[in-house]
Design a binder for this molecule. Structure first.
Ligand SMILES: [Zn+2]
Length: 618
């Protein structure tokens, strides 16, 4: 009795034990406009959709469903079935998120209208959008006991409004990394469901680039289910893999699947029977609340996408990286690994550490530069030594925690920037140039620090992400007074071609022979340092139809070690601006060989405390 009362109080009718697939088989109709196979929905046509759909049923304890599916496997329709089930059977507030508001609009106009008008029990619950005050608008559909809101992942406002029991995020790999400076749109949307104990969240997508794919990250956090089907020859259960598809003489019509166990090759005609006998099996431990499903186009039912179609697509795409990427993502539902980026990973670099002493400039190096990255609560500082042909040695990497708006933090930085380093030959050497990033929230503090230590080679820099920029540009005066007049001893800011430098340095990190261009790391370099150093990858993007390689950071990764190296390398190029590049290494080695003369103390203008100050002898 009390159960009934609670349900009544909540304004909900009690939910009958009906699953999403049962509802779909009973009520869902596919119209001739949106579907190639109009008529009643049949889950048997795509048996692999039954389990993901049923995890979305109110009877299932699963809260998060992750579908990393190929195109043309029915994932969109299974999402539509869930929407219908919610409206008709388990009403509650629902949020539907598309990659953009524009796409949400299109979905509302095209797919939702046909879903509702073609399925009679839904048409009875949602008023036609033509009528006034119907509660049915482009971005909100009211129905008894609930409401469906539509928005785009590019709208923080849309993601933030009322609490929702159900959240459907479609094509999450096309979501922006950050929405309106408020962070990850997926977490933003999910916050709205936290108050519902019986919430359901569906994330679907075809994947994109390895390590940058949201759907893959979600799948890897799930129980990683694969659809196992029996071999028609030996009955051995296996999940279908592209590598097992065989063909002859580049002829797609000869496509056959080779069983991993009995090695028999069989034709696609067996697929319907295999799919019927198929089952999802988890390949990773489960938390009981998250179910992840991965499915390639190899499972696509007869008449949708055939194995021959896939071979044909592959043969057309294989010579062209962008097309092959699209094939791998949309047909195989796998992430695309950029071969460029894949060769530099943190583990490979750790293995390269050498037994030279941290903080001691090794033989072969004759110049020291420093790169400083400014974060909101710390400075990250890397000290690099350089030799002929830009062979580089990491001397030191430190994080100094503190508030960059306070002078104390900058005094601590002095202890690194202004100190002298022991050289393996017994001499001393101090940093020639220090580059500090002025692009964050503390531009004024960076300018001031750089202005006061110009004589020590400290410069403020600002990253320019455009491609093809010089490693370091010409300096520009930035301090202007209230009349717009440039101050005489004002700070200079130098633009740094981050994209150019990263491409150069990653090429060198990949390069495994010691000598010119090689980057060395001392044995005390920690794993976290290398994680940060490899936190960015170059990916292929399209701009007006043209492929562009662009550096992107892995979501939620820290990348200061990489930034510090980029800035220290820019600092090396600042040295080239001040010395003849053809003779710089002769000059530097000569300078190092000179008996250590006491260096002049630099008169610092303000706020440097008692830190030792040295002037470089140029
Ligand atoms: Zn077999």
């Amino acid at each position: 009795m009390s159960v009934w009362r609670t349900a009544f109080m909540d304004g909900l009718r009690p939910e009958q034990p009906l699953t999403v697939s049962e509802w779909s088989d009973k009520y869902r109709r596919l119209g001739s406009k949106a579907s190639a196979e109009p008529g009643p929905w049949r889950t048997n046509r795509t048996p692999y959709l039954r389990e993901p759909m049923d995890c979305l049923s109110t009877t299932s304890p699963v809260q998060r469903v992750v579908m990393m599916f190929a195109a043309q496997t029915g994932k969109t329709e299974s999402g539509a079935n869930w929407l219908g089930y919610v409206i008709d059977h388990a009403p509650g507030p629902m949020l539907l998120v598309q990659p953009t508001v524009e796409m949400a609009k299109r979905l509302s106009k095209q797919r939702l209208e046909s879903l509702v008008t073609e399925t009679p029990c839904l048409a009875a619950k949602i008023a036609p959008s033509r009528s006034r005050d119907s509660g049915n608008t482009m971005f909100a559909k009211e129905f008894p006991g609930g409401m469906m809101l539509l928005t785009g992942a590019n709208s923080a406002t849309g993601l933030r409004s009322t609490p929702c029991r159900y959240i459907f995020m479609d094509e999450v790999d096309a979501f922006p990394a950050d929405v309106d400076g408020e962070g990850d749109p997926v977490s933003l949307a999910e916050k709205r469901a936290t108050t519902f104990a019986r919430r359901k969240i569906l994330l679907t997508s075809t994947p994109t680039v390895k390590d940058f794919s949201r759907i893959e990250a979600e799948y890897l956090r799930s129980d990683q289910r694969r659809f196992y089907v029996p071999c028609p020859c030996c009955d051995a259960m296996q999940w279908l893999k592209w590598a097992q598809l065989k063909w002859e003489n580049n002829d797609p019509k000869t496509a056959r699947y080779e069983c991993e166990v009995c090695k028999e090759q069989f034709a696609e005609i067996h697929k319907p029977a295999m799919l019927r006998k198929g089952e999802w099996r988890a390949t990773a431990p489960t938390d009981g609340k998250t179910a992840g499903f991965q499915l390639s186009g190899l499972y696509s039912p007869l008449g949708w996408l055939s194995w021959s179609n896939m071979v044909d697509d592959f043969l057309r795409a294989k010579a062209d990286a962008p097309m092959l990427k699209s094939f791998v993502n949309t047909r195989l539902a796998e992430t695309w690994e950029e071969d460029y980026a894949s060769k530099v990973d943190a583990d490979g670099l750790i293995a390269r550490c050498e037994p030279y002493t941290a903080g001691v400039v090794p033989d072969g190096a004759s110049l020291v530069t420093i790169g400083v990255d400014v974060q909101d609560n710390r400075l990250a500082v890397s000290v690099w030594a350089w030799g002929r042909e830009e062979e580089g040695w990491l001397l030191d990497h430190q994080e100094i925690y503190g508030d960059p708006s306070r002078p104390e933090l900058w005094k601590q930085l002095d202890e690194i920037v202004l100190r002298e380093w022991v050289h393996a030959n017994g001499g001393m050497i101090s940093a020639d140039v220090t580059c500090i990033d002025s692009g964050g929230h503390f531009t004024g503090e960076v300018y001031q620090y750089a202005r006061e230590r110009q004589a020590q080679g400290v410069v403020a820099i600002k990253g320019a992400s455009q491609r093809g920029k010089l490693p370091i540009g010409k300096g520009a005066k930035v301090d202007v007074n209230f009349k717009g007049k440039t101050l005489k001893k004002g700070a200079m800011v130098f633009s740094v071609g981050s994209d150019t430098i990263k491409t150069t340095l990653f090429g060198r990190l990949k390069h495994n022979e010691q000598g010119g261009g090689y980057l060395h790391f001392h044995a005390q370099t920690g794993g976290e340092y290398f994680q940060q150093l490899t936190a960015e990858k170059q990916v292929l993007r399209y701009h007006r139809g043209f492929p562009i390689r662009e550096w992107v950071k892995k979501p939620s990764a820290r990348n200061e070690a990489l930034d510090c190296l980029v800035y220290a390398y820019a600092a090396l190029h600042r040295c080239y601006q001040r010395h003849d590049r053809r003779t710089i290494w002769d000059q530097m080695e000569l300078r190092l060989a000179e008996p250590n003369e006491p260096r002049r103390k630099a008169p610092l203008r303000s706020g440097t405390g008692n830190a030792p100050a040295f002037v470089n002898n140029w």
